[in-house]
Design a protein around this ligand. Structure first.
Ligand SMILES: C[S@@+](CC[C@H](N)C(=O)[O-])C[C@H]1O[C@@H](n2cnc3c(N)ncnc32)[C@H](O)[C@@H]1O
Length: 355
């Protein structure tokens, strides 16, 4: 007789404000026996495992049902909406936070939303920002350190001048508990795991990005006097949840970071409207008309599959922004055309420029 009892449990707990607690379990269990009668102890063991799995399954089903029917997920965000002074008022909002299959939480329309409509207006003082100079490198590290400062999570030996007291500190501390606990992006994977992806251009791109991100985490860990894990958490939070606004700043904007990504190419009109900085408030406008119950997504940028994998650890089934680089520059393209057609290169370039 052989008995196989295999089980794997992955759990994630996130404590949310006001006593709300979310538990997610992924349970897989299999009990099998090839021959003979079941000894009593093993029957008990198998029975216990089955009951345990069943109980967790029904608990999951119950919580999923309630999320769908009574908008509890959304209510968890009411104190944040009000505390961060988001407009329109909570009762007049057009959106609800809901669990979206395969994408965590997202913003779902409570009523029909018109393209261009103002969805969220968040005071600038509620955001955590860095200025973006042209070609600014290393913004991830600076913004991650600012996040740790706002959360009052710097280590004891950090420069005391970095310490920050802020009226919204406690609210931010609660809000940050809703973020993923660990980075998922390929930038945080071990090198061997990146190499197993196989496609040379992608592997090269991911290894270079991973090195940049690891250096940022190193810098944050040193300057913030925090363990490496805490630095990686902060860097991952800023690369997955911050946005460049009007080419001026890169900002972590509470509640606006719940929009999921709609992958679009540059030619799509979804690029036309989303973020802006209006005086002392950040605004998000609807990128397109959305029916009640549908999710409102924004386009994070023209992100290829490799870029999404590097930052978010996700590969989307369909991504119209994905591309395969064939020529590095217009000159290379023209040279290739010239070699095929035999026409003089200068003529071709002039014609291309005139067009
Ligand atoms: C800015 S947050 C969006 C809110 C997030 N879903 C949440 O639960 O807090 C970005 C993260 O959402 C997830 N995400 C965004 N767009 C997605 C999409 N189109 N498909 C799957 N996951 C997505 C990824 O985990 C990504 O790192």
């Amino acid at each position: 007789m052989a008995l196989h009892l295999t089980s794997s449990i992955r759990g994630r707990d996130a404590i949310l404000p006001q006593g709300h607690e979310r538990r997610e379990f992924h349970v897989r269990a299999r009990v099998s026996m090839t021959s003979g009668a079941w000894p009593e102890g093993l029957v008990c063991l198998a029975g216990t495992a089955a009951t345990w799995v069943g109980a967790h399954r029904s608990r999951m089903a119950r919580s999923q049902r309630s999320r769908r029917s009574n908008g509890k997920t959304s209510e968890v965000f009411q104190p944040f909406w009000e505390g961060f002074a988001v407009q329109p008022s909570w009762h007049e909002r057009a959106l609800d936070v809901a669990e979206v299959p395969g994408a965590g939480r997202g913003w779902v329309a409570r009523r029909q939303v018109q393209k261009g409509e103002l969805l969220l207006s968040i005071p600038r003082v509620a955001a955590i920002e860095v200025d973006m100079d042209e070609d600014m490198e290393g913004w991830e590290a600076e913004l991650a350190l600012n996040v740790l400062r706002r959360l009052d999570r710097l280590g004891p030996a950090a420069d005391p001048r970095l310490r920050q007291k802020h009226e919204l500190q406690a609210l931010w501390q609660d809000y940050a508990k809703t973020f993923p606990e660990a980075p998922a992006g390929a930038a945080f994977w071990p090198q061997d795991a990146i190499i197993t992806l196989g496609w040379p251009a992608t592997v090269e791109q991911l290894l270079a990005y991973s090195q940049q991100i690891q250096e940022s985490a190193q810098w944050v860990s040193g300057n913030g006097n925090v363990p490496r894990d805490a630095a990686c958490w902060a860097v991952s939070a800023v690369i997955t949840r911050s946005f460049a606004v009007d080419d001026e700043v890169r900002a972590m904007i509470p509640l606006a970071d719940i929009f999921n990504h709609e992958p679009r190419s540059a030619s799509s009109d979804v690029h036309e409207v989303a973020w802006s900085l209006e005086g002392d408030r950040f605004e998000v406008h609807a990128p397109q008309t959305v029916m009640p119950g549908e999710e409102v997504r924004i386009c994070y940028g023209e992100e290829s599959a490799a870029e999404l994998l590097a930052v978010h650890g996700m590969v989307l089934p369909k991504n119209e922004a994905d591309y395969l680089e064939v020529f590095e520059s217009v000159e290379d393209l023209v040279a290739a055309v010239e070699s095929i057609c035999g026409a003089p290169r200068r003529d071709r370039l002039a014609r291309l420029e005139a067009d």
